[in-house]
Design a protein around this ligand. Structure first.
Ligand code: GAF
Length: 382
């Protein structure tokens, strides 16, 4: 990809570019907890977005996407984002960097990636992080890593309309080889948790569906959590987010909360505990116990938080019933994308054959299998 990107850039812009890479992410466990100042356990993956860049001496940005075979240009002093368009993420980062006081110079950029788009692997966070890193280093200023993660989060919220948390860009920036990040989304600090998979492997199964309500439902779930917090606060003054609530507190106020608010708050509160238990299991090398927590997380996301869908439930439950699978769950925002599966490396063929046949028979769709690894974070390549 790097050589192709460089060659394409030189053909288009007749300059030698600098290259940058930012990875996508998986999340081992801790779903829909980040925007309630909770705990998450993500990791960067080898798949990601590559960016080639050079200054152009003008006041505009010229972009080329290899994957979409599309050009896009915008004036640095006046641009209007197009929701859903890939260039929006780059405009968003320019806007955030400017607001942070960085005086941006015009640039040319080519973008390419090897990360499936729309599969819930955070291709958009990877694009924002790669672009942010590239643009700021070209302008001679490297923002602090945490600030870069916040700019990417803000850019996604303001420009793409997803009221997301900080997990995805954070994992893309701080990812560590063979490790997951136990990230506390309250103080934005992480502990590196080494993950020794031994004879096991993580395989993502891409359901190949993305239900259209995904974004609005995500924002609704976040709003539901905020509504619960307002109610909980009336009895427990110390509660600022669901991070501060315990199962007992929630139980005490059950009659004040509509059932749909109660079940969603319950998911978030219990998921935070599962993250702590999962990190503990990984530190001890207890993959069986870690796998059981994955299954519980899926059940809670499906039944209590209600962000799964028929396809994801089918894939997770089918995998969970296989004797060589330690755990399986939907991953990310929900309503499509991938399941994360932890299984015996020696059984991957069998796993793929059985899941492929069953999923095809049930939905008429061929799933994509993505074996993955826990990798390093965003970096300059040249
Ligand atoms: C998406 C969001 F971008 C994250 O911030 C996080 O909330 C996740 O869904 C759910 O855990 O990836």
């Amino acid at each position: 990809m790097q050589a192709l990107l460089k060659a394409e850039f030189e053909k288009l812009f007749d300059e030698e570019p600098k290259l940058f890479f930012a990875p996508g992410r998986i999340n081992l466990i801790g779903e829909h907890t980040d925007y309630q100042e909770g705990l998450v356990l993500p990791a960067a993956i080898p798949h990601g977005i590559y960016v080639a860049i050079s200054l152009n001496g003008k006041n505009h940005a010229r972009l080329h996407s290899i994957d979409f075979q599309e050009d896009f240009a915008f004036d640095l002093d006046g641009f209007s984002p197009k929701k859903g368009h890939w260039a929006t993420y780059i405009m968003g980062m320019c806007s955030q960097l400017r607001q942070a006081g960085i005086d941006l110079k015009g640039f040319d950029m080519a973008i390419g990636g090897n990360i499936p788009v729309g599969a819930g692997l955070s291709s958009s966070a990877a694009l924002s992080v790669a672009a942010g890193l590239a643009i700021s280093s070209l302008n001679g200023i490297l923002p602090e890593k945490k600030s870069l993660a916040r700019y990417a989060q803000k850019s996604e919220q303001l420009y793409a309309g997803l009221n997301c948390g900080i997990m995805d860009p954070y994992a893309s920036i701080f990812g560590d080889v063979n490790s997951a990040l136990l990230l506390d989304c309250r103080n934005i600090e992480h502990e590196v948790i080494p993950v020794a998979l031994e004879n096991y492997q993580i395989i993502l199964v891409n359901s190949q569906v993305k239900h259209t309500l995904a974004e609005s439902a995500y924002n609704e779930r976040r709003a539901a959590c905020e509504e619960s917090v307002e109610i909980l606060k009336t009895a427990f003054l110390e509660i600022k987010t669901l991070r501060d609530a315990s199962p007992d507190m929630l139980h005490e106020l059950e009659s004040l909360l509509k059932p749909e608010l109660y079940s969603k708050a319950k998911h978030v509160i219990k998921e935070n505990t599962r993250v702590i238990q999962a990190a503990h299991a990984l530190r001890k090398g207890n993959l069986e116990s870690f796998g059981r927590l994955l299954n519980l997380s899926h059940q809670s996301l499906s039944e209590d938080f209600q962000v799964s869908c028929e396809e994801l439930d089918f894939l997770a439950l089918k995998a969970q019933r296989m004797p060589f699978v330690l755990g399986s769950r939907m991953m990310g925002g929900g309503f499509g994308g991938c399941t994360l599966n932890l299984l015996k490396s020696s059984e991957t063929m069998k796993f793929e054959q059985e899941i492929r046949a069953a999923y095809k028979e049930r939905f008429g769709i061929v799933p994509e299998f993505i074996p993955t690894a826990l990798s390093g974070g965003a970096k300059a390549l040249s």
